[in-house]
Design a protein around this ligand. Structure first.
Ligand code: M6R
Length: 617
């Protein structure tokens, strides 16, 4: 987490850095800071503030922030409280070097103690200050330039980092380095300026020529000179410039009060974009290049393992049901964080699917690196093009839903489920495990999903009114079965993360094995009870809750008169095949969580303690 931005060139750095920080605020927002070198006064002016980037702007207002080289940071605290002292940038004791950092230096305590023994003093509680002091120590003791000092210092570091370092004695150059934390460098006209950031969003309005720094690489951005990249072993690395396409209009709220609401309402279009060019021949066939290219491996696969975190893990649970139903291949779904440390049994015939919106989640990345070492084929389902997981995968399918800014994932979830559905159908057809009839009817139905989503989203006002009834709740239960069980988990997660109401998702039939003890008149229970073969059984679960005075909110199939007579509130969704139901049933739960959080006056897009991209383990 944490977002970093840097600029060196001929323009004023401050507006570029501040705008960039706003774009990266989804990565962390407990404090922010900038350091800008003023070429005239030859001073580095540093401003920091606890809170959001807007607080930093207030702190810097009226002060000198002129200069055309600078670095900036928006923080998600790991080491040390979120306060001004711990905010980045951090400066070395002599004041010569200044750094911003995203990541964690795991051996910082040992390094700090060694530096303390050498007489260094520390102001903050951060691992980052240790790193800048270490670079300064190397520079002073070896009499080396900045690049060499950074390289030698990083050799001693264990952990993850994306760093930008400024040397006030050499103020034309920014040095960047990365390991396990993302870093993109945008190259301006004639190499006269460089834009550096944690992702492409702060860069794209200036240039689409970008270089994705790889692990253990150091970049030297010297205005007026060609970008130079070296590896940690000091070997020269070829600079690989890519043209990045990113629609700038996707980076604003488009008239909605919050990114989350915009992204909820964007879903019909996102799903159209996700299917475009993949459902071909007038809706008769699904063509995914990754499936075509790896047909043989997919045909002989004995097992698929899905690794992911959070919402992407919930999409993975739906993926398991889809792949097992249509491809008859056994699927395991693992939390990436558990998988990587569980000494997993991985075979070279296994296929490991990594699902990640950001493509930067540290645990998911580490999980696929481990699986790759065991020879498994890595298939990425990622949103952010060119992200670390996309690059670490052998093959994959982008979900193409556009940038997701709201911390609570919405459109990425439905995009992931759509891609998983297309993969399951395409592979199932190749394996002969899904009938031609089912294959065709599901494709046709999938193509109608965007329109059906619009119908569900049109109930936003109704859901807003329903949400007012739950804003004072302290706990909620979400129950579903089969394809709707992961949706129950996802609905509960959405509510928890933005409204801070404790919520649990459960398979409905498991309720009687414990959670039913929680049910009383103060326990709202959300049932996802659309028509499928277990409908009658879920009705019984609902009766059990009502008998104990639980208040029921039910997501039902259009026209369901039975539940209308039982539940306090119902929200209808159109009838679709069970396997496609999550694409519709999740929408009311996203809207419910959103409106509950708004009713509570909470910061929907930037909920406390969270960050969009979890690049630490
Ligand atoms: O970028 P990823 O999909 O890998 O992120 C995984 C989780 O951190 C993410 O889904 C998180 O749970 C969201 N905040 C949920 O809304």
């Amino acid at each position: 987490m944490c977002g970093i931005v840097g600029y060196t060139g001929y323009r004023e750095a401050y507006p570029i850095l501040i705008k960039g920080l706003h774009r990266l605020e989804y990565r962390g927002y407990d404090s922010a800071g900038t350091a800008i070198y003023d070429d005239k006064s030859r001073e580095l002016n540093i401003y920091k503030a606890k809170g959001k980037v807007s607080d930093l702007e207030k702190a810097a207002m009226g002060h000198n922030h002129c200069g055309s080289l600078g670095i900036a940071h928006t923080r998600w605290a790991t080491h040390g409280h979120p306060n001004e002292t711990n905010a980045h940038p951090h400066v070395s004791e002599t004041g010569q070097l200044t750094i911003v950092h995203n990541g964690i230096i795991e051996n910082y305590i040992i390094l700090r103690d060694q530096l303390k023994d050498k007489g260094y003093h520390f102001k903050s509680e951060t691992d980052t200050e240790v790193l800048v002091q270490l670079i300064q120590y190397v520079m002073d003791s070896h009499n080396t330039d900045l690049v060499t000092s950074v390289r030698l210092a990083l050799e001693k570091v264990i952990g993850a980092y994306a760093i930008l370092v400024v040397d006030t004695k050499n103020p034309d150059t920014l040095v960047a380095a990365r390991k396990s934390s993302p870093m993109v460098i945008g190259i301006g006209e004639n190499n006269c300026e460089f834009f550096i950031a944690s992702d492409a969003s702060p860069i794209i309005e200036y240039t689409n020529r970008m270089v994705y720094l790889e692990d253990e690489q150091i970049a030297v951005c010297h205005r007026g000179e060609a970008l130079q990249i070296i590896a940690l072993d000091n070997s020269e690395v070829a600079v690989n410039v890519k043209k990045v396409n990113l629609d700038l209009s996707m980076l604003d709220k488009g008239g909605y009060p919050h990114f989350m609401l915009k992204e909820i309402h964007d879903q019909p279009q996102c799903i159209r974009d996700c299917m475009r060019g993949r459902i071909v021949q007038d809706g008769k066939r699904i063509v995914l290049s990754a499936v075509t290219e790896h047909r043989e491996e997919l045909l002989k696969a004995k097992r698929i393992i899905i690794v992911s975190c959070g919402t992407s893990w919930h999409a993975g649970l739906i993926g398991k049901l889809l792949i097992e139903q249509f491809c008859r291949i056994p699927v395991e779904v693992a939390y990436a964080s558990e998988f990587r440390y569980s000494d997993p049994v991985i075979d070279s015939n296994d296929i490991v699917i990594a699902i990640s919106q950001s493509g930067e989640t540290a645990d998911t990345l580490a999980a696929i690196q481990l699986a790759s070492e065991h020879g498994a084929l890595i298939f990425g389902i990622v949103n952010v093009v060119g992200s670390s997981i996309a690059r670490a995968s052998d093959t994959g399918t982008y979900i193409h839903v556009g940038p997701e800014i709201g911390v609570a994932s919405t459109k990425a979830f439905t995009g992931q489920v759509t891609v998983l559905t297309m993969i399951a159908l395409a592979v199932g057809r190749e394996r002969g495990t899904v009938s031609e009839e089912k294959y065709s009817s599901l494709i046709n139905e999938l193509l109608t999903i965007p329109e059906l989503m619009e119908k569900v989203l049109a109930q936003d006002e109704k859901i807003k009114l329903i949400a007012q009834q739950y804003a004072t709740s302290h706990n909620m239960l979400y129950l579903g079965r089969a394809y709707n069980y992961p949706v129950a988990l996802e609905g509960a997660l959405k509510l928890k993360e933005i409204s801070y109401i404790h919520a649990e998702g459960y398979p409905a039939a498991e309720m009687k094995h414990g959670p039913i003890a929680l049910v009383d008149e103060n326990m709202p229970v959300v049932f996802i009870a659309t028509h499928h073969k277990l409908y009658e059984k879920i009705l019984s679960n609902m009766q059990e809750v009502i008998a104990r005075k639980g208040k029921v909110l039910a997501i039902v199939t259009e026209g369901d008169e039975t539940i209308k007579g039982m539940a306090e509130n119902i929200i209808e969704v159109p009838q679709v095949d069970n396997s496609l139901a999550p694409l519709l049933t999740v929408l009311p739960l996203q809207m419910l969580a959103y409106h509950v959080a708004v009713a509570k006056g909470l910061d929907v897009d930037q909920p406390r303690n969270l960050a969009k991209s979890v690049t630490v383990e």
